[in-house]
Design a protein around this ligand. Structure first.
Ligand SMILES: [Zn+2]
Ligand SMILES: [Zn+2]
Length: 116
């Protein structure tokens, strides 16, 4: 499943994807950043889940949810560059479609992004 059009609406904070079958997915940029598929962010999320130590390391500001740039990676994925310079996240289209946030695709909310 591939998109026919991707629109990043910075004002609304949404990446709108129109798929080959005409379906449309509106991904919030905050969700995309929160599910960044790069190895560093995946490791940070894994550690956060497993961390039972009450000691917390907090760094600010929080990760940017503003997209500075976007480019296609081959025919299978899109790479997003965030305004804080983070640019290692490559989002595969098949994973994005599975995570469509509309109530028809995922009535209980989108699942975590699948990367491979
Ligand atoms: Zn990342
Ligand atoms: Zn949908």
């Amino acid at each position: 499943m591939r998109p026919t059009q991707i629109t990043i609406d910075r004002g609304a904070g949404v990446m709108q994807v129109v798929w080959q079958d005409g379906h449309q997915s509106d991904f919030s940029l905050a969700w995309l950043r929160g599910n960044c598929p790069c190895a560093t962010c995946r490791e940070e999320r894994r550690a956060a889940v497993e961390n039972t130590d009450p000691l917390r390391l907090v760094s600010t500001p929080p990760p940017s949810t503003a997209v500075a740039a976007a480019e296609f990676v081959g025919h299978y994925a899109i790479r997003l560059t965030w305004s804080d310079g983070h640019a290692t996240g490559i989002y595969p289209f098949t994973g994005l479609r599975a995570c469509c946030p509309c109530s028809a695709c995922n009535p209980d909310g989108p699942p975590p992004l699948v990367y491979d």
